[in-house]
Design a protein. Structure first.
Length: 208
């Protein structure tokens, strides 16, 4: 299973991003730490998720886990919570690397830095996944609430060619390699689009 989804990602969504995407605001205008912010975050992201996926859809879940036992800002207080939600599914694992660039202080040249992480792979029908708890856990993380999920989680449909990624309580990105699958989301949830990206989205979707 992991070989199949890794090949699909490599061929279709390098760096887990597509040719086109929509970025939705989840938490604003509510202040960090408030109940109102968390409830709006959860309501919006689950609404978007239910628009993209149906209960019978078969998807892959790709998880990036940096194996950090402590987080300086927030504290990785419930690192195993995410995996406890997959008690009915098999989890496969692979060690991968993320490449970043930095400046060599001595030569001034560009150096490549490898960061190791554990990639976890799950496949399942939507109806067998506690996705509401996963999405709430991601929203909780930077709000200092429990249970929280600090891992990066990507929901991938190979049939629909869509990647759904909630990065934290601020927002989520829905990517595709085609414009058409995202058009209904653009029109139906236009008020939720991140304003700083609105001109780019309008240029692609407004006339469709």
């Amino acid at each position: 299973m992991k070989e199949e989804i890794m090949k699909y990602i490599e061929d279709n969504f390098p760096n887990l991003s597509g040719d086109v995407h929509l970025r939705f605001e989840l938490g604003e205008p509510y202040k960090n730490g408030t109940d109102e912010r968390i409830e709006q975050v959860v309501n919006r992201v689950t609404t978007l998720f239910d628009e993209v996926f149906q209960s019978d859809d078969y998807i892959y879940i790709f998880i990036k886990d940096w194996n950090e036992t402590e987080d300086i800002m927030f504290g990785n207080t419930t690192p195993e919570y995410l995996y406890g939600l997959f008690m009915k599914q098999q989890i496969e694992e692979e060690t991968l690397f993320e490449l970043n660039e930095d400046i060599d202080e001595i030569t001034g040249g560009i150096i490549e830095i490898k960061h190791e992480y554990k990639a976890k792979f799950v496949s399942s029908q939507i109806k067998s996944i506690s996705y509401e708890k996963i999405l709430r856990g991601i929203g909780n993380y930077e709000q200092g609430r429990e249970p929280s999920i600090g891992q990066a989680v990507y929901f991938i449909s190979t049939e629909k060619n869509i990647v759904f990624h909630m990065y934290d309580d601020r927002g989520c990105i829905i990517s595709s390699n085609e414009v058409e699958p995202l058009v209904p989301l653009y029109h139906r949830y236009n008020d939720w689009l991140v304003d700083s990206w609105r001109d780019d989205f309008d240029a692609i979707f407004k006339k469709i």
